[in-house]
Design a protein around this ligand. Structure first.
Ligand code: NGQ
Ligand code: ZN
Length: 453
């Protein structure tokens, strides 16, 4: 990590109120203590070219990085989300805490390489391979926290409550046994996590009911008071889930949540793909963050989020890498916009008139992602010194300045233009590579060799 006192000088930097030139950022104990603009560099400053705030990644299942690309063979019949889930359940059945640590450390290093500096880990792999509880209920969470700490990414930990296979409280299946708690066991996990996360800088603890499929209304009501932090839930990702929810309750999933619970700005609805205009407007009005994961949603064939309506209603949103089949912050934003272009046969759909599409996407995901992860957005005094530099020599950035740099990053370069990443003022990525990449890859390869025999 950084020296106690250090300063950076960037030729161009994206600050909370826009682009600024000759920006000096002073950092003490990992936190920003001073920001000056139009400032001359001092002799000891670390000189940077183009500086952006680090982006929050609001939804990850880190272990799924280990099965990236392993579910792309077509079976005999139709292939869909539920078939992918069977492959995922087979993969998850084999993982030990050490495997989880190795996979998560690589995934988190790759997130940093992509420009993400905080991850919301939606963590449901709690128990041993036979479903038995570990002696430490937070054993698997501790592997996640250790991986985040080692890679250097900030962690918002979202332990998942999971109890049922489907609507109406049906019993969980064998493939789900590692996920399952009763409410008392989950409360003990929450209690234990306060210790597990105590030494991890900037850690935030929230919680996550997995989905309306996996929790009953009574369980949901008991979970909400267990945290003052963020609450995330998967919702309305697949049309079958909407149909099952209608059959169970007479309401659609988003409609049900908004009607039955005190849903507010602390909540993040992950996916929220299938909504009516009324649900979309109400979700936006309540300040709920839409947790969008465009790469995974495309990979799993989920459908398209009603983005134009949601944004027009002032809805908050952020991006997540979810299944981690491909980790690329700029690509998440690019695909979010391109899905809307393909559906509406038009261009620059998500930008207001006259605005850069890339800058609009970046600002939206930064603000909404920070809200969803209980963190501050952007470079500000009192916030951790978490930032990203772009390679000024990347061809896609040539001749660009200001917002055009973000258009170049998102639409023309993606992670290839991310050069350096700093967390709490310490450099964790240099020339596009995590500083411990070789060790992470070696450990990951060894873990995969054990898992996939
Ligand atoms: C998950 N992933 O929890 O990893 C889910 C699949 C489920 C996504 N929904 C399992 N993308 O939803 O039951
Ligand atoms: Zn998910």
């Amino acid at each position: 990590m950084a020296d106690a006192q250090t300063a950076f000088h960037a030729a161009e930097a994206l600050l909370p109120d826009g682009w600024a030139h000759d920006v000096r950022i002073s950092v003490a104990d990992g936190m920003v203590v001073r920001i000056e603009t139009d400032a001359a560099p001092q002799a000891t400053d670390q000189r940077l070219a183009i500086l952006l705030p680090g982006m929050p990644n609001l939804h990850s299942h880190a272990f799924q990085r280990g099965m990236a690309g392993l579910a792309e063979t077509r079976g005999r019949g139709d292939d869909d989300f539920w078939g992918w889930r069977e492959v995922m359940y087979r993969f998850v059945a084999r993982l030990t805490p050490d495997h989880l640590y190795a996979i998560a450390a690589l995934a988190y290093a790759e997130m940093l390489e992509a420009g993400f500096t905080r991850v919301g880990e939606f963590h449901y792999l709690h128990h041993d391979r036979d479903g038995a509880a570990f002696a430490d209920p937070a054993e698997m969470s501790a592997a996640i926290a250790a991986a985040a700490g080692e890679a250097g990414i900030a962690l918002t930990h979202l332990p998942v409550f999971y109890a049922h296979a489907g609507f109406g409280g049906t019993a969980p299946g064998a493939g789900q046994r590692r996920f399952v708690h009763d409410l008392d066991g989950f409360a003990r996990l929450m209690e234990r996590l306060r210790d597990t996360l105590a030494t991890l800088p900037d850690a935030v603890l929230g919680l996550a009911p997995h989905s309306l499929r996996a929790v009953t209304p009574e369980e949901l009501a008991s979970l909400v008071p267990l945290t003052g932090g963020p609450i995330h839930i998967h919702v309305a990702e697949q049309v079958r889930e909407v149909a099952d929810c209608l059959a169970w309750s007479g309401q659609r999933p988003v409609e049900w949540l908004l009607a039955k619970l005190p849903v507010d700005r602390r909540w993040c609805f992950v996916h929220a793909t299938h909504m009516t205009p009324a649900e979309t407007a109400e979700m936006a009005a309540r300040g709920v963050v839409a947790g969008l994961c465009p790469i995974t949603e495309a990979n799993l064939g989920d459908g398209l989020f009603p983005a134009a309506d949601f944004l027009a209603a002032g809805g908050r949103w952020g991006i997540g890498s979810d299944s981690n089949v491909l980790i690329d912050m700029a690509e998440e934003l690019r695909l979010f916009e391109y899905g809307q272009r393909l559906a509406t046969r038009s261009r620059t759909v998500l930008a207001p008139p006259g605005a850069s599409c890339g800058a609009t996407l970046f600002a939206g995901a930064l603000a909404g992602g920070a809200q969803a992860l209980g963190a501050s957005a952007g470079l500000a005094i009192g916030a951790p010194a978490d930032f990203v530099t772009l390679d000024p020599d990347h061809p896609s950035l040539a001749g660009r300045a200001g917002d055009a740099l973000l258009d170049g990053l998102i639409f023309a370069a993606r992670r290839g233009a991310v050069d350096g990443v700093w967390r709490r003022g310490g450099q964790v990525v240099a020339q596009g590579r995590h500083v411990d990449r070789a060790r992470n890859v070696a450990r990951y390869r060894a873990a995969l060799a054990e898992i996939i025999e």
